[in-house]
Design a binder for this molecule. Structure first.
Ligand code: URA
Length: 473
Protein backbone atom coordinates (compact mmCIF):
# COMPACT_ATOMS: atom_id res chain seq x y z
CA UNK A 1 0.00 0.00 0.00
CA UNK A 2 1.22 3.50 -0.85
CA UNK A 3 0.55 6.62 1.17
CA UNK A 4 0.12 9.97 -0.55
CA UNK A 5 0.67 12.84 1.83
CA UNK A 6 -1.45 15.81 0.82
CA UNK A 7 -1.00 18.74 3.21
CA UNK A 8 -3.88 21.10 3.80
CA UNK A 9 -1.83 24.03 2.45
CA UNK A 10 -0.65 23.51 -1.10
CA UNK A 11 -2.96 20.51 -1.64
CA UNK A 12 -3.38 21.17 -5.35
CA UNK A 13 0.27 20.95 -6.32
CA UNK A 14 0.94 18.07 -3.89
CA UNK A 15 -1.93 16.03 -5.36
CA UNK A 16 -0.83 16.78 -8.93
CA UNK A 17 2.74 15.75 -8.22
CA UNK A 18 1.76 12.50 -6.50
CA UNK A 19 -0.89 11.62 -9.05
CA UNK A 20 1.70 11.95 -11.84
CA UNK A 21 4.19 9.87 -9.89
CA UNK A 22 1.70 7.06 -9.22
CA UNK A 23 0.29 7.12 -12.70
CA UNK A 24 3.66 6.95 -14.43
CA UNK A 25 4.67 4.05 -12.16
CA UNK A 26 1.40 2.23 -12.98
CA UNK A 27 0.09 2.16 -9.39
CA UNK A 28 -3.65 1.32 -9.43
CA UNK A 29 -6.10 3.40 -7.33
CA UNK A 30 -6.78 0.62 -4.80
CA UNK A 31 -3.06 0.60 -3.84
CA UNK A 32 -3.04 4.21 -2.61
CA UNK A 33 -4.21 5.88 0.59
CA UNK A 34 -4.65 9.64 0.14
CA UNK A 35 -4.61 11.98 3.10
CA UNK A 36 -2.83 14.48 5.28
CA UNK A 37 -0.25 12.29 6.98
CA UNK A 38 1.96 15.10 8.17
CA UNK A 39 0.81 14.36 11.73
CA UNK A 40 1.63 10.61 11.39
CA UNK A 41 5.30 10.64 10.40
CA UNK A 42 5.64 6.85 10.71
CA UNK A 43 3.14 6.39 7.94
CA UNK A 44 4.69 9.15 5.99
CA UNK A 45 8.16 7.67 6.10
CA UNK A 46 7.09 4.21 4.93
CA UNK A 47 6.66 5.58 1.42
CA UNK A 48 8.30 3.36 -1.16
CA UNK A 49 10.28 4.73 -4.06
CA UNK A 50 8.49 4.37 -7.40
CA UNK A 51 10.15 3.76 -10.72
CA UNK A 52 8.49 5.67 -13.58
CA UNK A 53 7.50 3.39 -16.47
CA UNK A 54 6.94 6.06 -19.04
CA UNK A 55 5.51 9.45 -19.93
CA UNK A 56 1.95 10.26 -18.88
CA UNK A 57 -0.18 12.65 -20.76
CA UNK A 58 -3.36 14.07 -19.24
CA UNK A 59 -6.04 16.01 -21.15
CA UNK A 60 -6.12 19.72 -20.29
CA UNK A 61 -9.85 19.47 -19.53
CA UNK A 62 -9.08 17.03 -16.71
CA UNK A 63 -6.29 19.24 -15.36
CA UNK A 64 -8.75 22.16 -15.19
CA UNK A 65 -11.39 20.01 -13.49
CA UNK A 66 -8.92 18.62 -10.94
CA UNK A 67 -7.57 22.10 -10.12
CA UNK A 68 -10.99 22.97 -8.71
CA UNK A 69 -12.14 19.61 -7.32
CA UNK A 70 -9.05 19.29 -5.08
CA UNK A 71 -10.50 22.10 -2.93
CA UNK A 72 -13.74 20.22 -2.22
CA UNK A 73 -14.33 19.19 1.40
CA UNK A 74 -15.13 15.56 0.50
CA UNK A 75 -12.34 13.48 2.18
CA UNK A 76 -12.46 11.13 -0.83
CA UNK A 77 -11.74 13.88 -3.37
CA UNK A 78 -8.11 12.92 -4.03
CA UNK A 79 -8.97 9.24 -4.39
CA UNK A 80 -11.93 10.01 -6.67
CA UNK A 81 -9.76 12.19 -8.90
CA UNK A 82 -7.03 9.60 -9.15
CA UNK A 83 -9.49 6.76 -9.83
CA UNK A 84 -10.93 8.77 -12.69
CA UNK A 85 -7.47 9.67 -13.99
CA UNK A 86 -6.57 5.97 -13.94
CA UNK A 87 -9.60 5.19 -16.14
CA UNK A 88 -8.82 8.16 -18.37
CA UNK A 89 -5.40 6.77 -19.29
CA UNK A 90 -7.09 3.87 -21.14
CA UNK A 91 -10.05 5.84 -22.43
CA UNK A 92 -9.11 9.39 -23.45
CA UNK A 93 -12.72 10.10 -24.55
CA UNK A 94 -14.03 9.67 -21.04
CA UNK A 95 -13.93 13.42 -20.44
CA UNK A 96 -16.72 13.91 -22.95
CA UNK A 97 -18.90 11.02 -21.74
CA UNK A 98 -21.90 12.79 -20.23
CA UNK A 99 -23.35 9.52 -18.96
CA UNK A 100 -20.32 8.62 -16.85
CA UNK A 101 -21.35 8.74 -13.21
CA UNK A 102 -17.80 9.33 -11.87
CA UNK A 103 -17.38 12.29 -14.17
CA UNK A 104 -20.80 13.70 -13.22
CA UNK A 105 -19.89 13.45 -9.55
CA UNK A 106 -16.61 15.32 -10.20
CA UNK A 107 -18.45 17.97 -12.22
CA UNK A 108 -20.91 18.39 -9.36
CA UNK A 109 -18.00 18.83 -6.95
CA UNK A 110 -16.47 21.37 -9.30
CA UNK A 111 -19.73 23.37 -9.26
CA UNK A 112 -19.88 23.17 -5.45
CA UNK A 113 -16.39 24.61 -5.13
CA UNK A 114 -17.05 27.38 -7.65
CA UNK A 115 -20.24 28.34 -5.86
CA UNK A 116 -18.36 28.44 -2.58
CA UNK A 117 -15.69 30.67 -4.14
CA UNK A 118 -18.41 32.98 -5.36
CA UNK A 119 -19.90 33.16 -1.85
CA UNK A 120 -16.52 33.91 -0.38
CA UNK A 121 -15.97 36.81 -2.79
CA UNK A 122 -19.41 38.17 -1.95
CA UNK A 123 -19.63 37.62 1.79
CA UNK A 124 -16.19 38.18 3.33
CA UNK A 125 -16.43 41.35 5.46
CA UNK A 126 -13.22 42.94 6.72
CA UNK A 127 -12.96 44.84 9.99
CA UNK A 128 -10.16 47.30 10.57
CA UNK A 129 -7.77 46.13 13.31
CA UNK A 130 -5.28 49.03 13.33
CA UNK A 131 -2.02 49.71 11.60
CA UNK A 132 0.40 46.83 11.12
CA UNK A 133 4.17 46.93 11.59
CA UNK A 134 4.43 47.57 7.84
CA UNK A 135 2.75 50.95 8.39
CA UNK A 136 -0.26 49.97 6.29
CA UNK A 137 -3.88 49.86 7.50
CA UNK A 138 -4.68 46.37 8.63
CA UNK A 139 -7.94 44.42 8.34
CA UNK A 140 -9.18 41.00 9.35
CA UNK A 141 -12.19 38.88 8.44
CA UNK A 142 -13.56 35.67 9.89
CA UNK A 143 -15.13 33.31 7.37
CA UNK A 144 -16.38 29.73 7.43
CA UNK A 145 -16.37 28.33 3.91
CA UNK A 146 -18.06 25.02 3.10
CA UNK A 147 -15.08 23.91 0.99
CA UNK A 148 -11.36 24.66 1.10
CA UNK A 149 -11.66 27.80 -0.94
CA UNK A 150 -9.28 30.17 0.86
CA UNK A 151 -6.24 29.24 -1.22
CA UNK A 152 -7.80 29.29 -4.69
CA UNK A 153 -9.74 32.51 -3.98
CA UNK A 154 -7.04 34.53 -2.23
CA UNK A 155 -5.76 36.09 -5.47
CA UNK A 156 -9.12 37.79 -5.93
CA UNK A 157 -8.63 39.62 -2.61
CA UNK A 158 -5.01 40.42 -3.44
CA UNK A 159 -6.15 42.17 -6.63
CA UNK A 160 -8.96 43.98 -4.81
CA UNK A 161 -7.19 45.05 -1.65
CA UNK A 162 -3.56 45.35 -2.70
CA UNK A 163 -2.91 48.58 -0.80
CA UNK A 164 -3.71 47.30 2.67
CA UNK A 165 -2.67 44.43 4.90
CA UNK A 166 -5.36 41.87 5.57
CA UNK A 167 -5.98 38.38 6.81
CA UNK A 168 -8.88 36.06 6.13
CA UNK A 169 -9.12 33.68 9.06
CA UNK A 170 -10.99 30.41 8.75
CA UNK A 171 -11.12 27.22 10.85
CA UNK A 172 -8.94 25.34 8.33
CA UNK A 173 -6.56 27.60 6.41
CA UNK A 174 -5.98 31.33 6.76
CA UNK A 175 -4.70 33.75 4.14
CA UNK A 176 -2.34 36.51 5.26
CA UNK A 177 -1.46 39.45 3.04
CA UNK A 178 1.29 41.63 4.47
CA UNK A 179 3.30 44.28 2.72
CA UNK A 180 2.30 42.93 -0.68
CA UNK A 181 3.10 39.28 0.08
CA UNK A 182 0.50 36.54 0.32
CA UNK A 183 1.02 33.54 2.55
CA UNK A 184 -1.12 30.82 4.10
CA UNK A 185 -1.24 29.45 7.64
CA UNK A 186 -3.10 26.69 9.41
CA UNK A 187 -6.63 27.57 10.57
CA UNK A 188 -7.60 29.67 13.56
CA UNK A 189 -10.17 29.74 16.30
CA UNK A 190 -12.76 32.43 15.78
CA UNK A 191 -11.17 35.71 16.95
CA UNK A 192 -12.97 38.58 18.64
CA UNK A 193 -12.92 41.17 15.93
CA UNK A 194 -13.77 44.77 16.81
CA UNK A 195 -16.86 46.39 15.38
CA UNK A 196 -16.03 48.60 12.49
CA UNK A 197 -17.17 52.12 11.71
CA UNK A 198 -17.95 50.89 8.24
CA UNK A 199 -20.57 48.47 9.55
CA UNK A 200 -23.22 51.14 9.99
CA UNK A 201 -22.56 52.13 6.40
CA UNK A 202 -23.14 48.56 5.23
CA UNK A 203 -26.41 48.38 7.14
CA UNK A 204 -27.61 51.72 5.75
CA UNK A 205 -26.61 50.71 2.24
CA UNK A 206 -28.38 47.37 2.55
CA UNK A 207 -31.55 48.98 3.93
CA UNK A 208 -31.53 51.41 1.02
CA UNK A 209 -31.11 48.89 -1.75
CA UNK A 210 -33.71 46.57 -0.22
CA UNK A 211 -36.95 46.65 -2.20
CA UNK A 212 -39.77 45.23 -0.04
CA UNK A 213 -42.04 44.84 -3.06
CA UNK A 214 -39.60 42.38 -4.61
CA UNK A 215 -38.83 40.33 -1.52
CA UNK A 216 -38.39 36.60 -2.18
CA UNK A 217 -37.19 35.05 1.05
CA UNK A 218 -36.34 31.64 -0.43
CA UNK A 219 -34.33 33.09 -3.30
CA UNK A 220 -32.55 35.44 -0.92
CA UNK A 221 -31.59 32.66 1.47
CA UNK A 222 -30.36 30.46 -1.32
CA UNK A 223 -28.14 33.29 -2.58
CA UNK A 224 -27.05 34.37 0.90
CA UNK A 225 -27.34 31.25 3.13
CA UNK A 226 -27.95 31.86 6.81
CA UNK A 227 -24.59 30.38 7.84
CA UNK A 228 -22.88 33.51 6.47
CA UNK A 229 -25.14 35.99 8.22
CA UNK A 230 -23.26 35.92 11.49
CA UNK A 231 -20.19 37.54 9.95
CA UNK A 232 -22.02 40.08 7.81
CA UNK A 233 -22.99 43.31 9.56
CA UNK A 234 -25.85 44.05 7.20
CA UNK A 235 -27.45 40.67 7.96
CA UNK A 236 -28.53 42.06 11.35
CA UNK A 237 -31.09 44.13 9.48
CA UNK A 238 -32.59 41.22 7.52
CA UNK A 239 -35.20 39.79 9.98
CA UNK A 240 -36.52 43.29 10.59
CA UNK A 241 -36.75 44.08 6.93
CA UNK A 242 -38.51 40.80 6.11
CA UNK A 243 -41.05 41.36 8.90
CA UNK A 244 -41.77 44.93 7.76
CA UNK A 245 -41.74 44.21 4.03
CA UNK A 246 -45.50 43.66 3.36
CA UNK A 247 -46.48 46.89 5.13
CA UNK A 248 -43.72 48.87 3.41
CA UNK A 249 -44.65 47.48 -0.01
CA UNK A 250 -48.30 48.44 0.61
CA UNK A 251 -47.44 51.99 1.61
CA UNK A 252 -45.08 52.33 -1.39
CA UNK A 253 -47.92 51.29 -3.71
CA UNK A 254 -50.30 53.74 -2.07
CA UNK A 255 -47.91 56.68 -2.05
CA UNK A 256 -48.02 59.06 -4.99
CA UNK A 257 -44.86 59.18 -7.11
CA UNK A 258 -42.48 61.85 -5.96
CA UNK A 259 -41.26 64.15 -8.67
CA UNK A 260 -38.74 66.95 -8.60
CA UNK A 261 -40.84 70.09 -7.91
CA UNK A 262 -39.54 71.99 -10.95
CA UNK A 263 -40.87 69.44 -13.42
CA UNK A 264 -43.80 68.13 -11.39
CA UNK A 265 -46.60 70.22 -12.92
CA UNK A 266 -45.30 69.68 -16.45
CA UNK A 267 -45.11 65.90 -15.99
CA UNK A 268 -48.48 65.73 -14.26
CA UNK A 269 -50.13 67.66 -17.09
CA UNK A 270 -48.59 65.29 -19.60
CA UNK A 271 -49.64 62.21 -17.63
CA UNK A 272 -53.19 63.41 -17.12
CA UNK A 273 -53.92 63.58 -20.85
CA UNK A 274 -51.66 60.69 -21.59
CA UNK A 275 -53.86 57.80 -22.62
CA UNK A 276 -57.29 59.26 -22.18
CA UNK A 277 -59.64 58.54 -25.10
CA UNK A 278 -60.47 61.30 -27.58
CA UNK A 279 -64.00 62.57 -27.23
CA UNK A 280 -63.95 65.47 -29.71
CA UNK A 281 -65.85 65.60 -32.99
CA UNK A 282 -65.24 62.83 -35.53
CA UNK A 283 -63.76 65.07 -38.22
CA UNK A 284 -61.25 66.60 -35.79
CA UNK A 285 -59.66 63.25 -34.88
CA UNK A 286 -56.98 63.14 -37.65
CA UNK A 287 -55.83 66.65 -36.76
CA UNK A 288 -55.73 65.79 -33.06
CA UNK A 289 -53.59 62.73 -33.83
CA UNK A 290 -51.30 64.88 -35.99
CA UNK A 291 -50.77 67.27 -33.09
CA UNK A 292 -50.02 64.48 -30.59
CA UNK A 293 -47.14 65.02 -28.17
CA UNK A 294 -48.14 62.34 -25.65
CA UNK A 295 -44.80 60.57 -25.91
CA UNK A 296 -41.32 61.53 -27.14
CA UNK A 297 -41.73 59.71 -30.50
CA UNK A 298 -43.28 62.84 -32.02
CA UNK A 299 -39.93 64.63 -31.70
CA UNK A 300 -38.11 62.48 -34.26
CA UNK A 301 -40.88 61.30 -36.59
CA UNK A 302 -41.79 63.38 -39.66
CA UNK A 303 -45.50 63.28 -38.86
CA UNK A 304 -48.16 61.22 -37.14
CA UNK A 305 -50.02 58.80 -39.40
CA UNK A 306 -53.71 58.48 -38.57
CA UNK A 307 -55.94 55.63 -39.77
CA UNK A 308 -57.73 55.70 -43.10
CA UNK A 309 -60.77 54.02 -44.62
CA UNK A 310 -64.55 54.12 -44.85
CA UNK A 311 -66.28 55.28 -41.67
CA UNK A 312 -68.67 52.29 -41.89
CA UNK A 313 -65.95 49.67 -42.50
CA UNK A 314 -66.86 46.21 -41.18
CA UNK A 315 -63.18 45.34 -40.84
CA UNK A 316 -60.54 47.35 -39.03
CA UNK A 317 -56.92 46.37 -39.69
CA UNK A 318 -54.39 47.38 -37.05
CA UNK A 319 -50.63 47.28 -37.64
CA UNK A 320 -47.78 48.26 -35.35
CA UNK A 321 -46.60 51.74 -36.36
CA UNK A 322 -45.82 53.64 -39.57
CA UNK A 323 -42.60 52.56 -41.26
CA UNK A 324 -40.09 54.72 -43.10
CA UNK A 325 -42.32 55.16 -46.21
CA UNK A 326 -45.48 55.79 -44.21
CA UNK A 327 -43.69 58.36 -42.04
CA UNK A 328 -42.65 60.30 -45.14
CA UNK A 329 -45.93 60.22 -47.01
CA UNK A 330 -48.41 60.23 -44.11
CA UNK A 331 -50.54 57.18 -45.05
CA UNK A 332 -50.59 53.72 -43.43
CA UNK A 333 -49.23 50.59 -45.11
CA UNK A 334 -47.88 52.13 -48.31
CA UNK A 335 -44.43 50.52 -48.02
CA UNK A 336 -43.19 46.93 -48.50
CA UNK A 337 -45.32 45.46 -45.67
CA UNK A 338 -48.43 47.02 -47.20
CA UNK A 339 -47.55 45.56 -50.59
CA UNK A 340 -47.14 42.03 -49.29
CA UNK A 341 -50.40 42.42 -47.37
CA UNK A 342 -52.25 43.58 -50.51
CA UNK A 343 -50.88 40.70 -52.58
CA UNK A 344 -52.02 38.02 -50.14
CA UNK A 345 -55.31 39.78 -49.33
CA UNK A 346 -56.25 39.85 -53.02
CA UNK A 347 -55.75 36.05 -53.18
CA UNK A 348 -58.56 35.58 -50.62
CA UNK A 349 -60.83 38.30 -52.00
CA UNK A 350 -60.06 40.88 -49.33
CA UNK A 351 -59.94 44.42 -50.63
CA UNK A 352 -57.98 46.71 -48.39
CA UNK A 353 -59.90 49.80 -49.51
CA UNK A 354 -63.07 48.34 -47.89
CA UNK A 355 -61.34 48.23 -44.50
CA UNK A 356 -60.26 50.92 -42.06
CA UNK A 357 -56.47 50.61 -41.76
CA UNK A 358 -54.54 52.03 -38.84
CA UNK A 359 -51.70 51.37 -36.37
CA UNK A 360 -51.32 50.85 -32.63
CA UNK A 361 -48.68 53.62 -32.52
CA UNK A 362 -49.05 56.67 -34.72
CA UNK A 363 -45.43 57.87 -34.93
CA UNK A 364 -42.48 56.09 -36.55
CA UNK A 365 -39.93 54.86 -34.01
CA UNK A 366 -36.42 54.34 -35.38
CA UNK A 367 -32.71 54.68 -34.72
CA UNK A 368 -30.56 56.49 -37.24
CA UNK A 369 -27.70 54.50 -38.74
CA UNK A 370 -25.91 56.81 -41.12
CA UNK A 371 -28.58 57.97 -43.51
CA UNK A 372 -30.77 54.95 -42.85
CA UNK A 373 -33.59 54.95 -40.31
CA UNK A 374 -33.86 51.53 -38.72
CA UNK A 375 -37.27 50.49 -37.39
CA UNK A 376 -37.51 49.97 -33.62
CA UNK A 377 -40.32 48.10 -31.96
CA UNK A 378 -42.39 50.38 -29.69
CA UNK A 379 -42.27 49.58 -25.98
CA UNK A 380 -45.38 49.05 -23.83
CA UNK A 381 -45.46 52.64 -22.53
CA UNK A 382 -45.45 54.01 -26.09
CA UNK A 383 -48.26 51.64 -27.03
CA UNK A 384 -50.16 52.76 -23.90
CA UNK A 385 -49.73 56.45 -24.70
CA UNK A 386 -51.20 55.91 -28.15
CA UNK A 387 -54.06 53.67 -27.08
CA UNK A 388 -56.39 56.64 -26.58
CA UNK A 389 -56.17 57.34 -30.33
CA UNK A 390 -56.79 53.75 -31.32
CA UNK A 391 -59.77 53.57 -28.94
CA UNK A 392 -61.19 56.72 -30.50
CA UNK A 393 -60.84 55.23 -33.99
CA UNK A 394 -62.54 51.99 -32.87
CA UNK A 395 -65.29 54.04 -31.28
CA UNK A 396 -65.93 55.95 -34.47
CA UNK A 397 -65.79 53.00 -36.89
CA UNK A 398 -67.34 50.35 -34.61
CA UNK A 399 -66.17 47.50 -36.88
CA UNK A 400 -67.54 43.94 -36.80
CA UNK A 401 -64.04 42.52 -36.64
CA UNK A 402 -60.59 43.87 -35.87
CA UNK A 403 -57.58 42.20 -37.49
CA UNK A 404 -54.57 42.63 -35.18
CA UNK A 405 -51.34 42.24 -37.14
CA UNK A 406 -48.33 41.59 -34.94
CA UNK A 407 -47.49 41.72 -31.25
CA UNK A 408 -47.85 45.49 -30.70
CA UNK A 409 -51.34 45.66 -32.21
CA UNK A 410 -52.39 42.57 -30.27
CA UNK A 411 -51.05 43.98 -27.00
CA UNK A 412 -52.79 47.30 -27.53
CA UNK A 413 -56.12 45.74 -28.45
CA UNK A 414 -56.32 42.84 -25.99
CA UNK A 415 -54.15 44.14 -23.16
CA UNK A 416 -52.05 40.99 -23.27
CA UNK A 417 -48.48 40.90 -24.57
CA UNK A 418 -48.26 37.08 -24.33
CA UNK A 419 -46.54 35.08 -27.05
CA UNK A 420 -48.27 35.83 -30.33
CA UNK A 421 -47.15 32.68 -32.15
CA UNK A 422 -49.39 30.55 -29.96
CA UNK A 423 -52.31 32.98 -30.36
CA UNK A 424 -52.23 33.56 -34.10
CA UNK A 425 -55.34 32.48 -35.99
CA UNK A 426 -57.43 32.80 -32.82
CA UNK A 427 -60.22 35.27 -32.11
CA UNK A 428 -59.97 37.13 -28.79
CA UNK A 429 -61.96 40.02 -27.35
CA UNK A 430 -60.72 43.60 -27.41
CA UNK A 431 -60.79 45.78 -24.30
CA UNK A 432 -63.90 47.40 -25.74
CA UNK A 433 -65.59 44.02 -26.29
CA UNK A 434 -65.09 43.57 -30.07
CA UNK A 435 -63.75 40.37 -31.67
CA UNK A 436 -60.04 40.54 -32.51
CA UNK A 437 -58.54 38.07 -34.98
CA UNK A 438 -54.82 37.72 -34.34
CA UNK A 439 -52.22 37.23 -37.04
CA UNK A 440 -48.53 37.93 -37.57
CA UNK A 441 -47.34 41.22 -38.99
CA UNK A 442 -46.79 41.14 -42.79
CA UNK A 443 -43.27 42.54 -42.35
CA UNK A 444 -42.45 39.21 -40.66
CA UNK A 445 -43.13 37.50 -44.00
CA UNK A 446 -40.54 39.76 -45.60
CA UNK A 447 -37.89 38.70 -43.10
CA UNK A 448 -38.23 34.92 -43.57
CA UNK A 449 -35.31 33.99 -45.83
CA UNK A 450 -35.64 30.20 -46.05
CA UNK A 451 -37.83 29.52 -49.14
CA UNK A 452 -39.76 26.65 -47.51
CA UNK A 453 -40.42 28.61 -44.32
CA UNK A 454 -41.47 31.61 -46.41
CA UNK A 455 -44.03 29.53 -48.34
CA UNK A 456 -45.38 28.20 -45.07
CA UNK A 457 -45.65 31.62 -43.41
CA UNK A 458 -47.42 33.01 -46.48
CA UNK A 459 -49.87 30.10 -46.39
CA UNK A 460 -50.63 30.68 -42.70
CA UNK A 461 -51.10 34.41 -43.25
CA UNK A 462 -53.44 33.65 -46.18
CA UNK A 463 -55.38 31.28 -43.91
CA UNK A 464 -55.78 34.02 -41.28
CA UNK A 465 -56.98 36.55 -43.86
CA UNK A 466 -59.53 34.13 -45.27
CA UNK A 467 -60.77 33.57 -41.70
CA UNK A 468 -61.36 37.31 -41.53
CA UNK A 469 -63.26 37.20 -44.82
CA UNK A 470 -65.31 34.24 -43.56
CA UNK A 471 -66.08 36.09 -40.31
CA UNK A 472 -67.54 39.03 -42.20
CA UNK A 473 -69.67 37.12 -44.70
N1 URA B 1 -45.99 48.54 -40.64
C1 URA B 1 -47.06 48.86 -39.88
O1 URA B 1 -47.31 48.24 -38.85
N2 URA B 1 -47.82 49.86 -40.24
C2 URA B 1 -47.61 50.57 -41.33
O2 URA B 1 -48.36 51.50 -41.59
C3 URA B 1 -46.50 50.22 -42.14
C4 URA B 1 -45.68 49.20 -41.77
Amino acid sequence: MHHANIPSIGAASAWRKDARRFLSAGVPPDQILWGDYASSPDLFTTQTKLAPRGQVSVPQSFVTLAQTVVWHSDPERFARLYAFLWRLKDDPHLMSDRGDTDLSRLRQMERNVRRCQHKMKAFVRFREIGTSHTGRRSFAAWFEPTHNTVEPTADFFVRRFSDMDWRILTPDVSAIFENGTLSFQEGHLKPDLPEDAGEQLWITYFRNIFNPARLKVKAMQSEMPKKYWENMPEAAAIPDMIAGAPARARSMAEAAPTLPPARMSQVQAQLSNCNSAWDGPREALPAAISACTRCPLHRTATQAVAGEGPSNAALMIVGEQPGDDEDLCGHPFVGPAGKVFDAIASEVGLNRSDAYVTNAVKHFKFTARGRRRIHQRPVSSEIDHCRGWLDAEIDQINPKLILAMGASATESLTGSGKDILSRRGGVETSRSGLPVLITLHPSYLLRVSDPKARLRSHALFREDLSKAVGFLT
